[in-house]
Design a protein around this ligand. Sequence first.
Ligand code: NAD
Ligand code: ZN
Ligand code: ZN
Length: 346
Amino acid sequence: MKALQYRTIGAAPEVVTVPDPEPGPGQVLLKVTAAGVCHSDIAVMSWPAEGFPYELPLTLGHEGVGTVVALGAGASGVREGDAVAVYGPWGCGTCVKCAEGKENYCLRAEKLRIFPPGLGRPGSMAEYLLVDDPRHLVPLEGLDPVAAVPLTDAGLTPYHAVKRALPKLVPGTTAVVIGAGGLGHVAVQLLRALTPARVVALDVSEDKLRLAREVGAHETVLSDAAAAGAVREITGGVGAEAVFDFVGAEPTVATAAAVAAVEGDISIVGIAGAALPVGFGHLPFEVSVSSPYWGSRSELIEVLALARSGAVSVHTETFSLDDAPLAYERLHAGTISGRAVIVPNG
Ligand code: NAD
Ligand code: ZN
Ligand code: ZN
């Protein structure tokens, strides 16, 4: 089959031919109907050889949706022909976090070297995808594959972050979304669907700010040195009760700190590597700062249900598998509106 692989440190990913995978005991084989392009892959492909955590070549794609085409011995719970979304952050399935459905925070994944597809294990940017266990699959139940696939990360990750902040986002409050790209433009919609908060989106690109307004942001602010002042003004000086930073770079965490309200929540979701000092006098009183990773199995079920209700719709641009390298180039250049989706069997 054809697959998009990251093969050489620092080089662009390549479309290559690899053996068709066969499901072993307990595994499920999917014919991939859609695979999402995440900025985290660009970060992975920028990491140096020293300390690189995965084996190369690596088939990319940690957002995946497909049709069940074969079950390994003993696998049950899904049937051939089922359309399913893949829960990506696989865990051991038995530790206390996994028992809660929080396989994203599995206590044993690192020790057991359990990796998500596309982030260590062969990913969804291929004609077929092997899934280790049927519990990682959620039925699409009518959702379109291309529309649904970004929900497995660009939907699930902000859903998890927003859900944590819900108690703070009562009427009269403000939520700030920094970075209105794949994750951010879904975050805006989640905030509108789940909270009465005023939503302010920040980005460096006017096109992304336009998209943020289209999907429900009440206000948009260009993300520069004056942005924090502008957000403070919008909130009458109070600041934002929740800030979601989908960049995580020095200037954006600085903005997040500068716009947070007393008792506010700051979620640093972007992985650009910046840190925020927490300590008396550094931030407004009782601000909480967290760096969440992906979301739980039940949250994926919830976010798909929300999409089925019509409350969330991801803006997508589709590419063939042959054009997948171009999708990464465009994402890197900042010219993807919403999420790029690869259709490997299109
Ligand atoms: P994306 O490229 O689609 O979106 C990023 C957006 O940020 C773009 O619209 C870009 O214009 C904007 N931006 C860049 N610099 C900015 C600045 N200084 N101020 C404001 N906006 C700025 O990327 P994505 O796929 O949505 O991913 C967003 C981030 O989240 C990435 O760092 C990615 O690695 C990370 N991520 C984290 C998790 C997690 O579990 N923590 C999961 C998925 C993605
Ligand atoms: Zn991702
Ligand atoms: Zn576990």
